[in-house]
Design a protein around this ligand. Sequence first.
Ligand SMILES: *Cc1c(COP(=O)(O)O)cnc(C)c1O
Length: 240
Amino acid sequence: MLILMATTQISTNLAHIRERIQAAEEKAGRKALSVQLLAVSKFHPKEAVEAAIECGQKLFGENYVQEAAPKFAALQQAGHDIEFHFIGKLQRNKVHEAVRFSSTIQSVDRIELLCEIEKECAKLNKNINVFFEYATSDEDTKSGFTEKAKLWSALEACAEMKYVFAKGFMTMAPFTTDKNAIRKSFRTLREIQEEAKSKFPSLHLTELSMGMTNDFEIAIEEGSTLVRIGTAIFGERKRI
Ligand SMILES: *Cc1c(COP(=O)(O)O)cnc(C)c1O
């Protein structure tokens, strides 16, 4: 059973988050609207997503193919003008399904996955964007590339692909209240982006997906171009 928060609450939350993003952009001396908001709706029902759509939200993300596929296929079929990013750990045997309803896969963490995405997109004759996920903290629960050499190999392979377009990088900060550790993790991702840009000038590695409910303001200070926010919009995630 999924829990639905009152739709008026979702609308209030979204407005509040947009204000906070705008304030953070201003404080960091960044241009207005330079940070995109990805609404993370995992464990929340289709009606919650519809409430956010009513408030003008177009960009959504989720982690689980089994949950997201029926939800977003239904919303797209209903004619909603929305875009979906896949942000979770992706198994190779789920790529086939994930690429059908996603515009972007943010969680590419190994070259084998990248090759599978290219293969499935070729079958559909569909272009897709990818972000490379990097493990910027020492927490071993975090996913993503852990070695730069492997990341460079994947970027090199991506530069030759026909259907897959590299857009940038994604990370999750450590789960801690230590703001310095969080900032350090975001800074690491930015340094990786700088290094990658100089190594692969033909790729357009402009995006930095970093920042969630508890740390997005720090992420914006550190150069985030896309924040992924769930709890502050849709409420706590519970599974009954
Ligand atoms: C769940 C999730 C989010 C959203 O987290 P909140 O703390 O609820 O904002 C963002 N990114 C990823 C990769 C997630 O799994």
